[in-house]
Design a protein around this ligand. Structure first.
Ligand code: NAP
Ligand code: ZN
Ligand code: ZN
Length: 352
C-alpha cells in the first residue's frame, strides 16, 4: 500500500476506552479523483460515538475519532468529482464508502454492503488504521457518500439528521407508517425525538414512552399526542395490544417484552438502539398475535437524501444544544444521564 499524499487537520481523539477525548492532529488524504474535501462546521454527538469511544461494542480501533453527523462546506474537489462545487453546504453520515457493486449497493442499501466503510470504526484501506470521524476540522469523502443539505435548513440543527434522522426515518418508511396508525417511540433522546417528529409528519397517532417524567411537555411540543411513563405499569397496561408499530431507541438493555405486548396482531417492534449487552426476548408475546421484532441500521444514500429533502420541504430539523469541542467529555456524561435536549452538536469553530 502506497500512502497517498496527506494533509493534517485538528481533531479530538481518545487513545483508550477509559481515557477522555483530547486534542490531537490527524492525517487526511488529499482529495483524489472522486473525492470531496469538506471543512466541518458542525458535528452531532450520537450515543454511538460514546459506545465506540468506550469500546462498548468491542471493535474500537484506537486512537478513535468519533463523529458521524457531519455538516460542512466543500473546500476542494478532486479532478473527476462532479456532484459538488466549492462552497456547497453538504453532509456526511455514518458511511464514507462501500463496494459500490454488490446487490445491496445497487439497491441503494449501502448500509448492508459487506464492504461498507463506516465514517469511523472501519479499516481505512488508503491510510491504514481505522477510519477517523467528524470530531475534526475537515474530512475527505467520495462524492457518492456526500449529501446535499436543503438551503432552508439551519446547518447546525440539520447535523443530527445524518444519523438520528435517517435511523428513525428509514424503518418508518420500510414499515409504511402513515395516517390511521398508532406508533410508539421508546426513549426521548437524539434518535427518539427525531422519531417523534417523523411519525407525526407521516400522519400517525404518536405515543412517546419515556423514563423521564420531566420530558413530558417537550415530547408533546415535539409532536407526541400522548406520553407514557414507562415505569408506570398501569399506564403501560392501558396500551396493551394497540400499536401498529413501535421503534425502540434506548441505548441500554431494558425489558423489550413490555413493548412487544403493546403491539396489535401483526404489529412490529423495530429496535434501533444498540446496547452493549443482549436483550432477552420472550417467546409467547411474539407467538401470540403473530407479532414481529426486528432491527434497522441507519439508511442507504438515496434514502438519506430523500429524508433530507423531506426535512427541507417540511422544515424539520433537530432540537440541538450547541457545545464547544472541549465540552465533549462532559456532554458524554450528560448523555449517560439522559440529560440531552435533544442532541448535542459541536460547533467546530471551537476547535480552531
Ligand atoms: P441518547 O440520545 O442517549 O438517547 C437514549 C435514550 O434512551 C435516553 O434519552 C432515554 O430516554 C432512554 N434511556 C436511557 N437509559 C434508559 C434506561 N435505563 N431505561 C430506559 N430508557 C433509557 O442516544 P441516541 O443517540 O438517541 O442513541 C440511542 C441508541 O441508538 C444508542 O444505542 C445508539 O448507539 C443507537 N443507534 C443506532 C443506530 C442504528 O443505525 N440502528 C443509529 C444511531 C444510534 P428517556 O429519558 O426518554 O427515557
Ligand atoms: Zn449515530
Ligand atoms: Zn456493496
Amino acid at each position: 500500500m502506497t500512502k497517498p499524499v496527506c494533509y493534517s487537520t485538528k481533531a479530538y481523539a481518545t487513545p483508550a476506552g477509559d481515557a477522555p477525548l483530547a486534542p490531537t492532529t490527524i492525517d487526511r488524504r488529499e482529495p483524489a479523483a472522486n473525492d470531496v474535501q469538506i471543512e466541518i462546521l458542525y458535528c452531532g454527538v450520537c450515543h454511538s460515538d460514546l459506545h465506540y469511544a468506550r469500546n462498548e461494542w468491542h471493535f474500537t480501533q484506537y486512537p478513535a475519532v468519533p463523529g458521524h453527523e457531519i455538516i460542512g462546506r466543500v473546500s476542494k474537489v478532486g479532478p473527476e468529482a462532479k456532484k459538488f462545487k466549492v462552497g456547497d453546504a453538504v453532509g456526511v453520515g455514518c458511511l464514507v464508502d462501500s463496494c459500490r457493486t454488490c446487490a445491496e449497493c445497487r439497491d441503494g442499501l449501502e448500509q448492508f454492503c459487506n464492504g461498507m466503510v463506516m465514517t469511523y470504526g472501519s479499516e481505512d484501506k488508503k491510510l491504514g488504521g481505522g477510519t477517523l470521524g467528524g470530531y475534526a476540522q475537515s474530512i475527505v469523502v467520495r462524492e457518492e457518500f456526500v449529501l446535499r443539505i436543503p438551503a432552508n435548513l439551519d446547518l447546525a440543527a440539520a447535523a443530527p439528521l445524518l444519523c438520528a434522522g435517517i435511523t428513525t426515518y428509514s424503518p418508518m418508511k420500510h414499515w409504511k407508517v402513515g395516517p390511521g396508525q398508532k406508533v410508539g417511540i421508546v426513549g426521548l433522546g437524539g434518535l427518539g425525538h427525531m422519531g417523534v417528529k417523523f411519525a407525526r409528519a407521516f400522519g400517525a397517532h404518536v405515543v412517546l414512552f419515556t423514563t423521564s417524567p420531566g420530558k413530558t411537555e417537550d415530547a408533546k411540543r415535539l409532536g407526541a399526542h400522548e406520553v407514557v411513563i414507562s415505569k408506570d405499569e398501569k399506564q403501560m397496561a392501558a396500551h396493551a395490544g394497540s400499536f401498529d408499530f413501535i421503534i425502540d431507541a434506548v441505548s441500554v438493555t431494558h425489558d423489550i417484552n413490555a413493548y412487544v405486548n403493546l403491539l396489535k396482531r401483526d404489529g412490529n417492534l423495530t429496535l434501533v438502539g444498540a446496547p452493549e449487552k443482549p436483550l432477552e426476548v420472550a417467546a409467547f408475546p411474539l407467538l401470540f398475535k403473530r407479532r414481529s421484532f426486528s432491527g434497522s441500521l441507519i439508511g442507504g444514500l438515496p434514502e438519506t437524501q430523500q429524508m433530507l429533502d423531506f426535512c427541507g420541504k417540511h422544515g424539520i430539523t433537530s432540537d440541538v444544544e450547541m457545545i464547544r469541542m472541549d465540552q465533549i467529555n462532559e456532554a458524554y456524561e450528560r448523555m449517560l444521564k439522559s440529560d440531552v435536549k435533544y442532541r448535542f452538536v459541536i460547533d467546530m469553530k471551537s476547535l480552531k
